[in-house]
Design a binder for this molecule. Structure first.
Ligand code: NDP
Length: 287
């Protein structure tokens, strides 16, 4: 039996359309066009593509986006000065600092400097804290995108064992936090695995839901997956001229019950959730 493919592109398109109509209503009501400021430091080609995709998605949904490009030799102080300017600008509602930043920049200081009301990536400690306490201001884009895929595919999570591979602040940790909350696409029993985990394969084999976010191509193999499990592949790895996930897609597909492809799975969802957060940021700032 072959797993059901969870089509992230289609779900993301639905969410983007919904954001577009909600944004149009909001604009009519308030006269405000939600505005995302994207900050790109340096010339990393993958980052440039990600930022361009986010900007294009904003424009298609009727949101304004502005790109601030800074040279690779930018200092922490210079970047902090830009963030401060954007924080103070009432016409900017969301601020996105594209990661990774060049090595000389103190990344945490920069992320901490984004004012929480404009923190559409949900990286600020205040927003992470609110999310962990189950009263989110913003939801973290990639993890909430995964959750939306689970909802769309009608995957039962309550009482199920979800295993999250990876404990980064951007994906693994917040993903686990969302799955363990009370509510829709949550209420799961959650295990987090990382590079120090012992018996990782055994743990993953117990999972009803696997979320792979480690950045290792084809790491999750068919023998690690329980028949019928749902597999969400967050990984984006370049192998030669191909993009592959953290899951050995073709082999795992034969065992799993449902699976996300790469590309066309979680990636488009991350962008859709960013748009949703930008609209929410504009709404919150209009109150
Ligand atoms: P990080 O490199 O920040 O974190 C990777 C995590 O995986 C760490 O917790 C690390 O453990 C763990 N890990 C690494 N190797 C192993 C291993 N062999 N066994 C077990 N655990 C391991 O990555 P991110 O979380 O930022 O991203 C993960 C992947 O998701 C990447 O491929 C990235 O490109 C992709 N991504 C995709 C997005 C999308 O929109 N689809 C958005 C963001 C990321 P430890 O903490 O112990 O080092």
């Amino acid at each position: 039996m072959s797993a059901r493919i969870i089509d992230g592109k289609a779900v993301a398109a639905e969410i983007r359309n919904r954001v577009a109509s909600q944004s149009a209503e909001f604009q009519q009501r308030s006269g405000i066009v939600p505005h995302l400021a994207a900050v790109l430091v340096g010339e990393d080609p993958a980052s440039a593509v990600y930022v361009r995709n986010k900007q294009t998605a904003c424009e298609k949904a009727g949101l304004k986006s502005t790109l601030h490009r800074l040279p690779v030799e930018t200092t922490t102080e210079q970047l902090l000065a830009l963030v401060a300017r954007l924080n103070d600008d009432p016409g900017t509602h969301g601020i996105l600092v594209q990661l990774p930043l060049p090595r000389q920049i103190a990344e945490q200081r920069v992320l901490d400097a984004v004012t929480p009301l404009k923190d559409v990536d949900c990286f600020h400690a205040e927003n992470v804290g609110l999310m962990v306490q189950g009263r989110p201001r913003f939801l973290p884009c990639t993890p909430s995108g995964c959750q939306q895929l689970l909802i769309h595919a009608a995957i039962e999570t309550a009482g199920k064992h979800a295993v999250v591979l990876g404990r980064s602040e951007i994906v693994g940790k917040p993903m686990a936090m969302l799955l363990v909350q009370k509510g829709l696409a949550a209420d799961a029993t959650v295990t987090i695995c990382h590079s120090r985990t012992q018996n990782l394969s055994e743990i993953v084999r117990q999972a009803d839901i696997v979320v792979a976010a480690i950045g290792r191509p084809n790491f999750v193999t068919a023998d690690m997956v329980k028949p019928g499990a749902t597999v969400i592949d967050v990984g984006i790895n370049r192998v030669g001229d191909k993009l592959v996930g953290d899951v050995d897609f073709e082999a795992v597909r034969a065992v799993a019950g449902a699976i996300t492809p790469v590309p066309g799975g979680v990636g488009p969802m991350t962008i859709a959730m960013l748009l949703q957060n930008t609209l929410r940021a504009a709404e919150l700032q209009a109150i």
